[in-house]
Write a protein that binds this ligand. Structure first.
Ligand code: F7E
Length: 327
């Protein structure tokens, strides 16, 4: 019998990468989608997995829809990747962010508990939960949380609810505490894609500059395609657990900018970058860097794509996209 997986957030960045991995392992993949008037399947199409996913209707803010989906699919594994995931928007839409990212997880866990209690559950937790907690400059599974945004706060709730269902009901639930992970499928409002799309446009003569909020924040950036493997590995373990997934290296936004301009042979990046207060956040997370000893030792997981390779991959994909559009 084929293994089955239900993936929420199937139209985002990670969903299609995870679906590709699971399909290669011969899973049947159900992808949860919200009722859009105009759904865009661009990301699953980009990875060539659109036709192999069975889409099911449901919304994290509607518990009855989740019950219906869990009851009818009874998946072996549930990967909850759906979220209002843009930190910057979470101040303006704090309640929506909480309803989707926090209460939505409670509803999904309840649906599993009552209608498919043996399903293994993966929760997309995040380094944004650490926020200001820097310890010795690294964060790991034991670092205390100090979230800095409504987004980070909503994810702390979901993290603990995931732990609590494990401890209270003996369910197989895991948190993957993923640090920033990027790819050509990254949404355009996130800083990496904003930069690579901007650099591609400047290179092709379609724009003059990129407006950014801040060049100083440091992030531990990895490749989304590598990170979905860690999600899968967590659910294959004998025992459930919580794992930090990161590269262990940190770079500033400015480092990313420089690398992206270098990738297209432009050395004078300062001419093209404007600081714009509209993109600053009310409270910033200054520095993130994950310590990955636990996931390397217990999952045997290691990132493969380096920072430089990631930047080049994204710039190249954006140039190709724009060239395709032009012709
Ligand atoms: O910002 C700074 C910004 O929006 C990165 C999400 O996947 O990763 C992501 O959250 C940094 C921040 O991602 C601009 O202030 C400067 O310090 O790409 P981002 P994020 O907020 O780190 C975590 C792990 C998640 O869980 C989230 O869902 O870049 N920054 N200037 C800017 N950021 C944006 N977006 N735009 C700017 O102009």
């Amino acid at each position: 019998m084929k293994k089955t997986a239900l993936v929420t957030g199937i139209l985002g960045q990670d969903g299609p990468y995870l679906a590709k991995l699971l399909l290669e392992k011969d899973y049947k993949v159900y992808g949860l989608i919200r009722r859009y008037s105009n759904p865009t399947f661009e990301n699953p199409e980009y990875l060539g997995v659109h036709d192999q996913i069975e889409y099911v209707d449901g919304d994290l803010t509607d518990e009855s829809s989740l019950i219906n989906v869990v009851k009818t699919t009874r998946p072996d594994e549930v990967y909850n990747l759906a979220a209002q995931s843009f930190v910057g928007a979470s101040w303006q839409q704090a309640k929506l962010t909480t309803e989707v990212n926090a209460l939505g997880v409670l509803s999904l866990l309840n649906a599993i508990k009552f209608f498919s209690p043996t399903s293994k559950f993966y929760q997309a937790s995040t380094s944004e939960m650490f926020g200001l907690s820097n310890d010795d400059g690294y964060q790991d599974e034991d670092t205390p949380f100090h979230p800095r945004s409504p987004y980070g706060i909503s994810k702390v709730y979901a993290y603990w609810m995931t732990v609590n269902f494990r401890e209270s009901y003996n369910m197989f639930t895991c948190n993957g505490i993923l640090f920033n992970h990027e790819s050509p499928l990254r949404g355009i409002q996130f800083v990496t894609r904003k930069i690579t799309d901007g650099v591609a446009k400047i290179k092709l003569g379609l724009a003059d500059d990129i407006h950014l909020g801040d060049l100083d924040p440091k992030r531990d950036w990895g490749f989304a395609g590598d990170y979905v493997e860690a999600m899968y590995l967590m659910l294959q373990k004998e025992e459930p657990g919580d794992y930090v997934i990161a590269t262990g290296q940190t770079h500033s936004v400015q480092d990313f900018v420089e690398a992206a301009f270098t990738a297209v042979g432009i050395s004078d990046w300062k001419k093209h970058v404007k600081l714009d207060p509209r993109f600053q956040r009310p409270a910033e997370v200054p520095h993130l860097r994950g310590r990955v000893e636990k996931s390397q030792a217990r999952l045997g997981w290691k990132p493969k794509v380096t920072f430089e390779e990631l930047v080049k991959m994204m710039v190249k994909a954006d140039i190709e996209r724009l060239e395709k559009k032009e012709h």
